[in-house]
Design a binder for this molecule. Structure first.
Ligand SMILES: O=C(O)CCC(=O)C(=O)O
Length: 272
């Protein structure tokens, strides 16, 4: 198999803190996650029903109390297996392996994040809440729908990942030092990262990023896998999510085994 990422792409990821890879996931891989994600959204769209994995924000401006925007823990036993089969797509894992420079890695957080039509909740400017000890720690963002500036695609500050992680409780002015107080739709210096269905954006957890309200008629869904790697985990000690590495390895290995059963003709990613 040819390597999915070029040296230029790896260099751009290290420099900018994110890498947009058009068409990394082919249409055939998206059919089942597409169907299953719609079903998960349908289950919670009317409002909280007692399962804390379904997450809501309030839309004060438009007077809607419960705007569903996220479903956590996609790797749980009662979740549809299609997300695990997608994680185990060999070219995706090969790209992740390149980004961690050949280190041992695992997916420790699995979530569906989306923006509903008209009430699509924002992701306020943030770094992902992970203290990083050895770059790169990153998220794999797989797009199930086209993301545009009209339906509130992600915006980011290229290079902001190089500042490392700043706990907002200890450095309350850090985010504003990048955004200048501008919101997710208009801060100067931020770039919009539109993406198409099947594209993947890899973003470093320390990248300052966010996305505004979606007021369009579009639904915009993204599957997020958080990737840890051994060289970082060994330095992190008893911290979330690094302390779950052994369990995350088991989950990742199980995903690969599940996929191998479903696709016996395919060469699985060689996960040691
Ligand atoms: O998909 C988005 O709009 C951004 C989501 C995000 O950054 C997050 O959930 O941490």
């Amino acid at each position: 198999m040819s390597l999915p990422l070029s040296a230029e792409q790896l260099g751009a990821f290290a420099r900018n803190g994110f890498l947009h890879v058009p068409g990394l996931v082919p249409e055939g891989e998206l059919v089942e996650p597409d169907r299953d994600s719609l079903e998960l959204i349908e289950r919670g769209v009317a409002g909280p029903f007692g399962d804390k994995r379904w997450r809501y924000q309030e839309d004060r401006e438009k007077g809607k109390e419960h705007c569903l925007y996220r479903v956590n823990d996609l790797a749980a036993a009662d979740m549809p297996p299609s997300f695990q089969v997608l994680l185990a797509y060999p070219r995706l894992l090969a790209a992740i392996h390149q980004l961690v420079d050949g280190d041992d890695f695992a997916a420790s957080v699995h979530a569906l994040v989306f923006k509903l039509p008209r009430h699509g909740a924002p992701a306020r400017w943030h770094q992902d809440p992970v203290k990083v000890f050895r770059f790169p720690v990153f998220n794999v963002d797989i797009y199930l729908d086209d993301a545009t500036t009209d339906n509130a695609c992600v915006r980011a500050f290229p290079g902001s990942h190089l500042a490392g992680h700043h706990d907002p409780a200890e450095s309350p002015n850090f985010i504003e030092s990048w955004t200048g107080g501008g919101d997710e739709s208009c801060a100067g210096g931020a770039v919009a990262i539109p993406a198409k269905r099947g594209d993947v954006i890899f973003h470093a957890t320390t990248l300052v990023h966010g996305s505004p309200w979606n007021r369009s008629e579009d639904l915009r869904r993204t599957i997020y896998f958080h990737i840890d790697h051994r060289r970082d985990v060994e330095l992190a000690g008893d911290r979330w999510p690094q302390h779950q590495f052994a369990q995350a390895r088991e989950v990742t290995a199980r995903a690969i085994a599940m996929r191998a059963e479903q696709r016996p003709e395919e060469q699985p990613f060689p996960y040691g």
